[in-house]
Write a protein that binds this ligand. Structure first.
Ligand code: AMP
Ligand code: MG
Length: 408
């Protein structure tokens, strides 16, 4: 058996960053930047007011209080979006709205809550003394020309998109998404709601895998169900690698007489069949066919999902420029015994995780732990990595992978 870490390193070794592409901001969320962006302009582009109020010369407000107000004539009103070219002479005020440019001559804003305008709006009593710069946002207060905005290699967030739009960018250069084919293999598999004949089961894995691809930021390609037939699998994989950046398959990588995926991958390219020291998801075939990574994941439904999570997801994210799997691993407190037998493997238990009042992550089993029992995987929010031995006793801690779902 090969350790989880070694198997993952083996897979990552052959998965390289994809090419760059220019995308519209609207399509850029979650992509990794392939350029460093610096600001070509000041943000904000002009000094403006942070408050609704009155633009004044600060010195004119000296000594103003609620009981000794300073009265100033109001010479104009400027709204956000106006050019703001009315000058404020000493001894006058301009009524001003948040975001409007500071009028020439004014050096401070008194917020409306500290003013008492006259009924006809022609004058205002200022009830507080303010310093120059009060409630004024100077030009370039957020970004100066040449300031770094986003570094290369950064996963774009909604905030980044706002910042990029704020400097006039409509597009950004990113690492492109991986187009990844997903196929199920197995003579027993039936699609959708077709009636089952004896011995048949419905294809679950392709649907989970396509969804996991989407979650990982890939563009999934549905390659359907392929029979346990060496020629059919050969053709399907050859076709897939011709149009995909990577391929994930389920089934056919174990020790059975009809497990052709590993045979085909071995024949078509460089591949390695691994017995990984984990449970579930021990068998994994990984290979390059025409330079395209192919992940031969095991067929048991939980195994295929766990194998995707541990091997395909980090590899595909690496191809898309991410440096990590994007998963958080924390030491969690077991709220119940998590028993097991020693077998040289790490057991990945499907768990429900939640933060307790003690601020720590707590886990308990999400249900039946057989590798064919997808129900517990469906509700699991975490995988507890129970080390080899007799298991974890309630109250002990266990390293736990959070699966990126809302925690209960
Ligand atoms: P295999 O890895 O091909 O030996 O399959 C292991 C087990 O998983 C068998 O019980 C298969 O019937 C089952 N299985 C394989 N592929 C799927 C699938 N796509 N959906 C549901 N179960 C599957
Ligand atoms: Mg099979």
């Amino acid at each position: 058996m090969i350790s989880l870490g070694d198997a993952r390193a083996r897979v990552l070794r052959d998965c390289h960053r994809l090419t760059d592409v220019q995308v519209a901001l609207a399509d850029a969320l979650g992509h990794v930047t392939a350029e460093e962006v610096v600001s070509p302009e000041q943000v904000p582009p002009f000094a403006n007011t942070a408050m609704d109020g009155f633009a004044v010369v600060a010195a004119d407000t000296a000594g103003a209080t609620d009981s000794t107000p300073v009265t100033l004539p109001v010479v104009a009103t400027i709204a956000a979006g106006s050019a703001g070219d009315v000058a404020v002479a000493s001894g006058t005020a301009v009524r001003i709205m948040t975001g409007a440019p500071m009028p020439p001559g004014a050096d401070a804003v008194v917020m409306v809550e500290q003013c008492r305008p006259s009924a006809d709006g022609s004058s205002v009593e200022v009830l507080a003394s303010v310093e120059p710069g009060n409630h004024v946002r100077p030009a370039g207060d957020d970004l100066e020309v040449g300031d770094p905005v986003v570094a290369a290699g950064v996963e774009l967030t909604p905030g980044h998109l706002g910042v990029l739009a704020g400097i006039g960018r409509t597009e950004v250069r990113v690492v492109r998404r991986a187009r990844v084919g997903a196929m199920s293999t197995g003579d027993e598999l039936v699609e959708g709601d077709q009636p089952l004949r004896p011995g048949q089961i419905r294809d679950a894995n392709r649907h989970s895998l396509i969804a996991m691809l989407r979650e990982a930021g890939c563009e999934p390609v549905d390659l359907g169900i392929v029979a346990d037939d060496e020629a059919a699998i050969t053709t399907a994989i050859q076709d897939a690698v011709a149009s995909c950046d990577a391929v994930v398959t389920s089934g056919g990588v174990s020790m059975g007489d009809f497990d052709y995926v590993k045979v085909v991958l071995d024949r078509l390219g460089e591949s390695e069949w691994m017995q990984v020291a984990i449970r579930p998801a021990k068998p994994l075939t990984f290979g390059l066919v025409d330079g395209v990574p192919v992940f031969g994941l095991p067929g048991n439904p939980v195994s295929s999902m766990v194998s995707f999570e541990l091997f395909a997801r980090p590899a595909l994210r690496r191809m898309m420029g991410h440096e990590t799997s994007g998963r958080t691993i924390l030491d969690a407190v077991a709220d119940e015994d998590l028993p097991r037998r020693p077998d040289g493997k790490i057991h990945l238990l499907r768990c429900l995780a939640a933060f307790g009042d003690d601020g720590r992550l707590h886990v308990r089993s999400a249900g039946s732990q057989g590798s064919h029992q997808l129900s517990a995987m469906a509700v699991a929010t975490a995988l507890a990595m129970v080390p080899d031995g007799d298991g974890v006793v309630a109250g002990d801690t266990v390293p736990t992978i959070l699966l990126g779902r809302s925690l209960g």
